[in-house]
Design a binder for this molecule. Structure first.
Ligand code: CA
Ligand code: CA
Ligand code: CA
Length: 852
């Protein structure tokens, strides 16, 4: 045996006893219960994200490879919403001897503690709730043991409750009651997710069924889960309150009792001998003839790898022939799966192909010199114009949205905010709290799946468009934009390059902020939570009428211009000179770009740039300044204004030395961390002489080693993030730097490296092989994204998903039938415009004549 084979053989030997010997659930080394086809996780992920209930936490079941059950915990609502209170995990104990995991959780708002113990019992787990003190009076009848089932994996399937038959509905149509607001457990920070229209009552869903023995998905062995309890089980449909709700099973905790108060026996069915289908990762865009072509195949750890795979060609007459057969090579284990590779780089004949690995065939894809030609078109022609705020946006017969926020923006009062913003005690403006700040309802881009203008993101957007314009001058004109009519029409050329119009649109809002407020707002955002989670036409988020507190809620003034409904958006205006400095940089470069196209706006931008820069410098340098200096803001300002020089420029993420607050030089930063700082150095090359470029060479060499280091870190050769928001921004950053390193130093960073990130984005990644970009040219893009049309299980073309969300301890996930997890499916305006730079650079490398 060759060494590699010996290792493979040993791995198989090691893997077998721990999983397949016993068909009972076992507590494994990664601290979850496992049998073939079933993983039961107990607070491997706890409720501690930035947005309360992210449907990612508590007791979870990964059932035949799909995380279909989560949210198992003591909860205070029949069907918890995102902003309902979540318990804080105060302790977690793993008891290997008894095969159990104990979790202590606490609701600080109600001084309420409980413990949940999950114990393996044969093929089932027993879930028990223990109380040392009875349920607090206020929560009696409200606190219960809940667990949630993923609607898209359970709808249309059959269930039984105590033998009675039912079918889980595709759409929410069960029953609700209303109850007095005084009975509702408080929501996150006291916000309200609902507008009760003056009734003073909230909606409470009624159960679809109740009983003591529930089987979910009796018609699908891979989803069948049975729950039995002496306590009453209630089955609810969480979508009655919120489109992102799940099916909920719940037992109310008894009043006045302590000790073991509820026990459930939960048995997820396992399909005998189940082995996950191989996930063949490849680029759904396809490949150019000369580029490397390596499929990464993700295998169940119990699967035996094939020795070869085939590349099949689909001929123009519809017949299929074998184009290539090649060896499968082992990469090895990465988290829970095993990885092998199939290299078919030698196939260079243009055509339509698919991969055949054992019995698994992929969908078809192209090998052709032009596969990258259109990769940014959906993003620039469709996604970006649809996200233009304060405009009516139309496409053919369809109106994407009317003109939003016609009543403008009010000065935010001192407040905490549900989207992680804050308005300090001082407004730092001449406006009184809730006074109208004129002129802000112009220009700007919706943030992401929500509709606010995050100033920092909008600065990034304009910066990304300016970089794209100055580097590639794309003349593409597919969008009609009339600022006078406040009207955007897709696929209607108007004689002006669209990128220029996007720069203008972003600048219009940012300059208005500087002029009207005097400095940059942190955000222009919703004032009430009940219109923040809006899904639908952006123009209907607010009533378009000025808020007048002298009127009663829902009352409209006689002249039809004012209403008593407090729905107007707010401007958060606490001053941040670092943000002002960033804006000043943008204004200088926007003025440069807009000169000759919109001179009036160019002048206004330059005026604000000069004023903001001067005032920001004063604020930052004054001895008793309450503002810490932000090196990134200065670096961006340097780059954008073209004033950076290689000796004083500061890297994007570096910080000042603590001791003397002296900025580190670029070279010091490159010495410390070339991966983080090379992009800044590359951006300056056009302004520098040859000596600068020569001095950079050894750092580019080091960066090339860094690129190659990913080949041993994971099977996919790109940086893979493990955070609570999947890592597409880091991957795009990496891709942009690789592209630029290749453009300026092709003898060091070879052209082969620029395809790494493209492969990852377009389908060569864990979990599934769909393209993360809803892009032109891909055979199988993702179908659902967390865009503002997510309630329709749809996508806005050109969106870029964050991608693979990591769930501890070993699970990567990207749902493509459930759009509502923002950490894996929400494209953002900053990320999508970053993608335009990445894509423009890649197109330009592959086909230099393309973008002009
Ligand atoms: Ca936002
Ligand atoms: Ca245009
Ligand atoms: Ca209003």
């Amino acid at each position: 045996m060759k060494m590699k084979h010996v290792i493979m053989f040993l791995l198989v030997l090691l893997a077998v006893p721990s999983v397949s010997k016993a068909q009972d659930l076992q507590l494994n080394d990664r601290e979850y219960f496992e049998r073939q086809g079933v993983n039961v996780l107990v607070f491997s992920n706890s409720f501690n994200g930035g947005f309360n209930d992210e449907k990612n936490s508590g007791i979870e079941i990964i059932h035949h490879g799909v995380r279909t059950v989560q949210g198992g915990a003591v909860r205070l609502n029949n069907t918890p919403e995102q902003w309902d209170l979540v318990p804080r995990m105060t302790d977690r104990k793993v008891d290997r001897e008894n095969g159990s995991i104990e979790v202590a959780m606490r609701y600080d708002d109600y001084d309420f503690d409980s413990r949940v113990i999950v114990t393996a019992k044969g093929k089932a787990v027993e879930i028990s709730v223990y109380l040392d003190k009875p349920v607090p009076e206020k929560l009696a009848g409200e606190a219960g043991l809940n667990i949630e089932f993923l609607p898209s994996q359970y709808w249309l399937k059959t269930f039984t409750m105590d033998g009675r038959l039912g079918r889980l509905p595709r759409y929410a149509t069960s029953h609700t009651v209303t109850r007095p607001n005084s009975e509702k457990p408080r929501q996150f920070k006291g916000f309200k997710t609902y507008d009760d229209r003056g009734t003073n009552r909230f909606i409470d869903p009624l159960p679809i069924e109740t009983g003591h023995s529930l089987s979910m998905a009796t018609d699908d062995p891979s989803r069948l889960v049975t729950i039995k309890s002496d306590a009453e089980l209630k089955l609810f449909d969480g979508r009655m309150l919120a489109q992102n709700g799940w099916f909920v099973v719940r037992s109310i905790l008894p009043k006045g009792k302590t000790g073991k108060v509820i026990t459930w026996t939960v048995e997820p069915n396992a399909v005998p001998g189940w082995i996950r289908e191989p996930n063949i990762g490849f680029s759904q865009i396809g490949y150019t003839p000369e580029q490397p072509k390596v499929a990464v195949i993700e295998l169940d750890k119990l699967d035996t790898p094939q020795t070869t795979a085939k590349l099949m060609r689909i001929n123009p007459d519809g017949s299929t022939t074998q184009a290539f057969e090649g060896a499968i090579t082992s990469w090895g284990p990465y988290f829970k799966y095993n990885y092998v590779k199939f290299d078919f780089s030698s196939v260079k004949t243009p055509g339509v192909y698919f991969i055949q690995y054992g019995k698994t065939k992929t969908n078809d894809f192209l090998i052709d010199a032009h596969v990258y030609d259109k990769i940014t078109d959906a993003t620039t022609d469709v996604w970006v114009p649809i996200h233009m705020n304060h405009m009516y946006v139309t496409e053919g017969y369809r109106t994407w949205h009317g003109e939003p926020f016609k009543e403008g923006y009010l000065q935010a009062p001192e407040s905490d905010h549900f989207d992680l913003h804050r308005q300090g005690a001082s407004t730092d403006t001449k406006y009184k709290p809730l006074e109208l700040i004129p002129g802000l309802n112009i220009g700007g881009f919706f943030d992401a799946g929500d509709f606010d203008i995050e100033t920092g993101s909008n600065i990034n957007v304009v910066q990304n468009f300016i970089r794209t314009w100055e580097l590639f001058r794309p003349q593409r004109d597919e969008t009609f934009v009339s600022q006078k009519q406040r009207y955007v029409d897709l696929h209607r050329p108007d004689g002006v390059p669209d990128i220029l119009q996007f720069i203008e649109h972003g600048t219009l809002n940012l300059v208005a902020q500087a002029e009207q407020i005097g400095h940059m707002a942190s955000t222009l955002s919703n004032s009430v939570l009940d219109n923040y989670h809006h899904l639908g036409d952006a123009a209907s988020i607010t009533d378009g009428l000025h808020y007048d507190p002298s009127l009663k809620p829902y009352e409209v003034s006689a002249d039809g211009k004012r209403s008593g409904t407090p729905d107007d958006m707010w401007a958060f205006t606490t001053r941040n000179p670092n943000l002002d400095l960033q804006a000043a940089g943008i204004f200088t470069s926007a003025a440069r770009v807009l000169r000759g196209y919109n001179d009036e706006l160019a002048d206004r931008a330059q005026t604000q740039a000069d004023r903001l820069r001067k005032e920001a410098e004063q604020l930052l340098s004054s001895r008793n300044s309450r503002f810490p200096r932000d090196a990134q803001a200065e670096a961006d300002d340097d780059w954008l204004t073209g004033t950076g020089d290689g000796t004083t420029q500061i890297s994007r993420r570096s910080r000042f030395h603590r001791d003397n607050r002296r900025p580190r030089s670029l070279w010091e930063n490159l010495d410390r961390d070339v991966a983080r700082n090379l992009q800044t150095a590359l951006d300056s090359i056009p302004m520098k002489d040859d000596a600068y470029k020569q001095k950079l060479r050894p750092f580019v060499q080091k960066y090339n080693d860094y690129i190659k280091s990913f080949d041993t870190q994971n099977p996919y050769g790109v940086p893979i993030g493990l955070g609570n928001w999947a890592g597409v921004n880091a991957v795009l950053n990496f891709g942009i730097t690789v592209n630029y390193a290749h453009i300026y130093f092709p003898d060091i960073v070879s052209k082969d490296e620029v395809y790494r990130v493209a492969n990852w984005l377009y389908g060569c990644h864990p979990y599934h092989n769909y393209s993360f970009v809803a892009v032109v040219g891909a055979t199988r893009p993702k179908q659902v994204f967390y865009g503002n049309n997510r309630a329709d299980f749809s996508a806005i073309p050109g969106n870029v998903a964050p991608g693979l969300l990591f769930r501890k301890p070993d699970h990567f996930e990207n749902y493509d039938d459930w759009p509502f997890l923002w950490g894996q499916n929400e494209g953002t305006i900053a990320g999508n415009t970053q993608y335009i730079i990445f894509g423009s650079a890649l197109k330009n490398i592959v086909n230099p004549n393309l973008t002009k």
